[in-house]
Design a protein around this ligand. Structure first.
Ligand code: UD1
Ligand code: CA
Length: 455
């Protein structure tokens, strides 16, 4: 169920697209679901901002069911009736509760099948059950459930019950759709509540049971910004614990933001205030120094990332040294043992083995060979206002400081470019190119100037 608006978030964006652990709420729930059943058997019920929700999650391969008007969780299942026609049982998940694990879903399903139940709900004991529906049992010792009472309808004694309805269920499809048309909207929100199916099915003589998970945290929902932040922190902390257990050193993990899909190999050290995002992969024995933000990038073994680097969609080969303050924009490929230093920006480039661009440089749309030295302040002029053009710098080239390379242009193997040159023509192999005005020296000029001022 992912069609709701999420009024309590006070947001322009649909609730299930709010992110925790670097991914939308719904993406986490879909990931858990597709570990239990194949994606082709998963149906996401979408409605509020349906096209945005679909676009954000369709790569998962799941199906979508449209709930045009969101008239409650019971209504969500009503619109899914045709989609579920061929199935014996349906597992119902809440798209806003991202901590749910496939193991818990599996246990819930097994309990449901063992119990021969028409409806099985996942319950949990929460210290603070405020806001959740409460589970009313037949008697204190039995799994059998009499009803689920929503917070707003609960009596003061029911509000004291700590056992809550998680919003995760398994239904026998025939029993669900044999009785769902008896749901009413006679409640505080004038909605069809799926939770009312419990009392309804029981009255029809069907078995309704609860399975209480010992992992209560898995049922927490992201209904408010506060809840989202609490869930995000839990995910980040769990990720850091996992990486540390796998041999990664993380100093001050409370300050690091590491997304769930990130890989880091053993003996890499992550300093405080580092962000590793998206699909980033980091090899062994690296050191990622403070304040670096690395997204969707691959870093091989023995790489040093000095403080303050920003990197996106880039690849760095073994032994390279980056930073401090390097900015690798998408498509940067940094070769083995290469150096990229302070205030160097790269975009869509290859920098060959052992090559260096250490200071104040922009390299865009460039292919740079091995053993190249790019002097301080070098700029590839890759853009003519309409199109991007390529700069090629062959192996062993030396580019003097403050040079501009006006693309398209090629500097041949082993060539030298004199400092402060503006290179507009290709430079042949082993040549020296100087492209700047010749220096003029006016002997004694300053003496005359000073005399003039004193008058
Ligand atoms: C629901 C349960 C409550 C339970 C809680 C657990 C009901 C009536 N109450 O309350 O007992 O303790 O979950 O988190 O079900 N949705 C739709 N279509 C709709 C309405 C909602 O798809 O018409 C989706 C929402 O996007 C959300 C999920 O269903 O992902 C749950 O809806 P929400 O409004 O968050 O229900 P709660 O008030 O949390
Ligand atoms: Ca909810």
């Amino acid at each position: 169920m992912a069609a709701g608006k999420g009024t309590r978030l006070k947001s322009q964006h649909p609730k299930v697209l709010h992110e925790v652990g670097g991914k939308p709420l719904l993406a986490h729930v879909i990931a858990a679901a597709t570990r239990v059943v194949p994606a082709e058997d998963v149906y996401a019920i979408i409605g509020h901002e349906a096209e945005r929700v679909r676009a954000a999650t369709e790569s998962s391969g799941v199906n979508f069911v449209l709930q045009n008007e969101q008239r409650g969780t019971g209504h969500a299942l009503m619109v899914a009736q045709d989609a579920l026609a061929g199935y014996a049982h349906v597992i119902v998940l809440s798209g806003d509760a991202p901590l749910i694990s496939s193991a818990t879903i599996g246990q819930l399903l097994n309990f449901h099948l063992d119990q021969n139940a028409a409806m099985t709900l996942l319950s949990a004991d929460l210290d603070d059950p405020t806001g959740y529906g409460r589970v009313i049992h037949e008697n204190s010792r039995s799994a059998a459930v009499k009803a689920i009472v929503e917070e707003k309808a609960a009596s003061s004694s029911q509000k004291k019950l700590k056992e809550i309805n998680s919003g995760f269920y398994v239904f026998a499809v025939n029993d669900l759709y044999g009785h769902i048309d008896r749901l009413s909207t006679d409640n505080a929100h004038a909605e069809y509540y799926l939770t009312d199916m419990a009392a309804l099915l029981r009255r029809a003589g069907k078995r309704v049971v609860a399975w209480k998970t010992p992992s209560a945290f898995e049922v927490l929902g992201g209904n408010t910004r506060g809840e989202l932040s609490a869930i995000d922190q839990m995910m980040r902390a769990a990720k850091c614990r996992q990486l540390m257990a796998d041999g990664v050193t993380i100093f001050f993990p409370q300050t690091c933001v590491i997304d769930g899909d990130v890989h880091v190999a053993p003996d890499t050290v992550i300093e405080p205030y580092v962000q590793l995002l998206g699909t980033t992969k980091i090899g062994a024995n690296c050191r990622i120094r403070s304040y670096s933000v690395i997204r969707d990038s691959e870093i091989a073994d023995n790489v040093t990332v000095r403080p303050g680097c920003i990197m996106e969609d880039s690849r760095v080969a073994a032994g390279a040294i980056l930073g401090p303050y390097s900015h690798l924009r998408p498509g940067s490929e940094i070769g083995e043992d290469a150096h990229v230093g302070n205030f160097v920006e790269t975009k869509k480039i290859k920098l060959g083995k052992g090559s260096k661009a250490n200071h104040l440089t922009y390299l865009g749309d460039a292919e740079i060979g091995a053993g190249v030295n790019v002097g301080a302040g070098t700029i590839t002029c890759n853009y003519d206002g309409i199109n991007k053009h390529k700069t090629v710098i062959d192996d062993g080239v030396f580019i003097g400081s403050d040079s501009t390379l006006v693309a398209p242009v090629r500097v041949g193997k082993g060539a030298y470019v004199g400092a402060a040159s503006c290179i507009t023509d290709n430079v042949p192999e082993d040549a020296l190119a100087i492209g700047r005005a010749r220096q003029i020296v006016k002997e004694g000029w300053a003496v005359g100037k000073r005399a003039e001022r004193k008058k």
